[in-house]
Write a protein that binds this ligand. Structure first.
Ligand SMILES: Nc1ncnc2c1ncn2[C@@H]1O[C@H](COP(=O)(O)OP(=O)(O)OP(=O)(O)O)[C@@H](O)[C@H]1O
Length: 317
């Protein structure tokens, strides 16, 4: 079932720019410029792109905060802006700058208030809260007022708050930004469990590509308001020519360089004992077998392509 259905989505902003010493003129900027997107129930989708690419503007249109300039949007079958109140019961939202929690109240009481706001039956509330408490380790700080929480603790609270009414879709804007390592792990682990449970569709924007590697099979990359990639991470690697590397440590330098079709020497250390090969079409096994026939190998490591490189290259393209 398609939970998010977006076709030809656009958002234009009118900005005033300086034109000469005293004049300013209005110019139209397409923040989102014809995005098509279909997300199926239970998917966890990574929505990424450089600064100013149009990610937040898209999320705002999907959650009913902004009216599109053109195009078709349905989330859970509803048009977000006119059906905003109804939609709010079916989606959860975590946007970095906006909080759903009451700053002066203990976290625990915010959860209780949200139960009333969304009119969640007490048993459902209890079951869900128990799950989140365990997974996100909330008990350690649930009695503190929200204003006293660390960023990581607050984010764990925000995630719980966004999910307590059992939404079908969860929108997350930069859920791990600025978090300490422990909270980052906790949030990622939690999202991985949520994905595996399969009941919630998630759209995740992030600058932290480790989030994507850990969590999202499907990746949509947006740049200048347009989708430039929609597919798996592997496909992105293939498309942008990222390659695995094999690094070998030798007992003695090679007398003559070893050539293998499908592999390229990337670097050789000054003493000749460490060689790094980039794999084009050869397999790591074939390369190692070839080397082992002519040299004594001390150590071998296979380095997976780094998504940061791929995305940096993609943005430059
Ligand atoms: N209210 C607004 N008025 C005018 N221009 C806007 C407005 N909101 C966003 N923009 C412009 O639209 C473009 C897309 O912005 P958006 O915030 O959606 O990008 P983003 O991908 O979320 O970026 P970031 O990663 O920096 O959060 C940018 O050029 C931004 O300056």
């Amino acid at each position: 079932m398609t939970v998010i259905d977006v076709r030809g989505l656009r958002k234009d902003f009118t900005v005033r720019v300086k034109a000469g010493r005293f004049r300013r003129e209005a110019r139209t900027v397409a923040a989102v410029d014809g995005v098509d997107l279909a997300v199926e129930a239970g998917e966890m989708l990574g929505y990424i792109g450089p600064n100013g690419a149009g990610k937040s503007t898209t999320l705002k249109m999907l959650t009913g905060v902004l009216y599109p300039s053109a195009g078709h949007v349905r989330v859970c079958g509803l048009e977000p802006v006119p059906r905003r109140t109804r939609l709010a019961r079916r989606i959860g939202v975590v946007f970095g700058q906006r909080s759903q929690l009451w700053w002066d109240l203990p976290l625990r009481e915010s959860f209780e208030l949200l139960r009333h706001v969304y009119r969640v039956p007490a048993t459902d509330h209890r079951t869900r809260l128990k799950w989140y408490r365990d997974l996100l380790d909330l008990d350690a700080f649930a009695d503190l007022p929200v204003r006293q929480l660390s960023l990581g603790q607050r984010m764990r609270g925000e995630l719980t708050a966004a999910l307590l009414h059992g939404p079908e879709v969860l929108f997350l804007d930069e859920p791990t930004i600025g978090l300490d390592v422990v909270s980052k792990q906790a949030v990622r682990g939690f999202l991985a469990d949520l994905r595996d449970a399969g009941d919630t569709t998630v759209v995740l924007t992030t600058h932290d590509l480790a989030d994507i590697e850990r969590l999202c099979r499907r990746l949509v990359v947006i740049d200048h308001g347009r989708v430039v990639h929609d597919g798996t991470l592997e496909r992105l690697h293939e498309r942008y020519g990222s390659r695995r590397r094999v690094v070998v440590d030798l007992d003695e330098p090679l007398a003559t360089p070893v050539d293998l079709p499908g592999a390229t020497v990337e670097s050789v250390s000054a003493d000749g004992l460490r060689i790094s090969y980039a794999l084009d079409s050869a397999t790591a096994g074939a390369l190692v077998a070839r080397l082992a026939a002519v040299a004594s190998l001390r150590d071998i490591s296979v380095v997976e392509p780094d998504i940061e490189d791929v995305v940096a290259r993609l943005y430059r393209a």
